[in-house]
Design a protein around this ligand. Structure first.
Ligand code: GAL
Ligand code: CA
Length: 345
């Protein structure tokens, strides 16, 4: 009887142990899964976004382990919202856990939102900010970006400091600074707000400005070169300042001067935004007077953290989202004096 009892206990124990290993194995199997993240961007040729994506890849890979694989699929939408809608639909049908979207047209997110909602797939929008009402359409929509007003103010401050420290910038000594603006894509928050605030910051500092012209160069280096060449052909060395909504356009402006016969001492101050790799070198060699750092490292970290929490259905409290929806990062001014610090990032 005693022996029988012991055998029974042993059998029951074995039963429980084997049950628990099965359930443990099941648990392992469940955890050892693949999280699928889809990323769409308006145009894969965009310099700033390419640099941001290299941070993003690194950030997501940090979440991988023996038990977790992350499949990250990044696609460009060739500047077509229609194509992007199709890509988003395909990714969602393919079962992504989270979709990260850099809209082509930031005023047209509805098709993507409707589909996401019907499939219960959260979306992290980034860099091209949708209007508040659109973000409020559904609870699982988020936005990661940067404070556009701050980038404009900082660019304006860099320009006004440089002008004050260097009176010879006013080449024709008329007490006014003749300037040109190179704008990014029309309708983009960073084009509108950067231009507005950069100019008003310079005016607020007491400097008088005279606008020669504003051109749209769509964030693009060669478009900016073409536009700047037209100004140079018309105004020669009369331009004293060029404010550019991003670095690629600032580099295009510098290209145009390099292909002109205007000597270095007769060229304008040129400012950009982003602090991309090539632009940082241009700050070092003095071609670019200054730029404003668009903090891709923090933005990528924010996107990946938020996306991972959403994929794992984790609580978002410690992210301190603004209005429960937004992660907004700052900008930093860069001149020859502090550029080294940004090269090392
Ligand atoms: C801006 C950036 C530009 C361009 C644009 C794309 O924030 O400064 O260089 O990347 O986003 O939406
Ligand atoms: Ca002048």
């Amino acid at each position: 009887m005693k022996k029988k009892g012991k055998t029974l206990v042993a059998l029951i124990l074995i039963f429980f142990i084997s049950l628990s290993t099965v359930s443990c194995k099941n648990g392992d199997y469940k955890d050892k899964k693949t999280i699928k993240i889809g990323v769409l961007c308006y145009d894969e040729r965009d310099t700033f976004l390419r640099e941001l994506f290299s941070c993003l890849k690194e950030d997501f890979s940090k979440y991988e382990s023996d038990d977790l694989k992350i499949s990250l699929n990044i696609l460009g939408s060739n500047n077509s919202q229609r194509l992007q809608n199709e890509q988003a639909e395909e990714m969602m049908d393919d079962g992504v856990d989270v979709l990260c979207v850099n809209l082509v047209d930031r005023t047209a997110p509805s098709k993507i939102i409707d589909k996401a909602r019907s499939k219960d797939i959260p979306i992290v929008f980034f860099n091209r900010e949708l209007v508040d009402e659109d973000l409020m359409q559904w609870s699982k929509l988020y936005y990661v970006g940067a404070n556009a007003k701050m980038s404009g103010n900082l660019q304006g401050k860099l320009a006004s400091d440089a002008i004050k420290n260097n009176p010879s910038i006013d080449k024709n000594l008329d007490g006014k600074i003749q300037y040109v603006v190179m704008q990014g894509q029309p309708g983009h928050q960073d084009s509108i707000i950067r231009t507005e605030n950069s100019v008003s910051k310079i005016l607020d500092s007491g400097i008088k400005l005279e606008k020669i012209g504003t051109s749209i160069a769509n964030w693009n280096r060669s478009s900016a070169e073409t536009k700047m060449k037209e100004y140079i052909d018309q105004y020669g060395s009369d331009i004293e300042l060029v404010l550019c909504n991003n670095d690629d356009m600032a580099l295009g402006v510098i290209d145009a001067y390099n292909r002109s016969d205007i000597t270095e001492s007769s060229r304008p101050l040129v400012f950009g935004v982003d602090g991309n790799e090539v632009a940082l070198s241009a700050v070092i060699n003095g071609d670019l007077s200054g730029t404003v750092y668009n903090d891709k490292e923090s933005q990528a970290e924010g996107i990946s953290k938020l996306a991972m929490k959403l994929a794992k259905n984790e609580n978002l409290t410690d992210l301190n989202l603004i209005k429960g929806k937004y992660l907004i990062y700052g900008y930093y001014p860069i001149t020859k004096d502090n550029v080294e610090k940004y090269l090392k990032r």
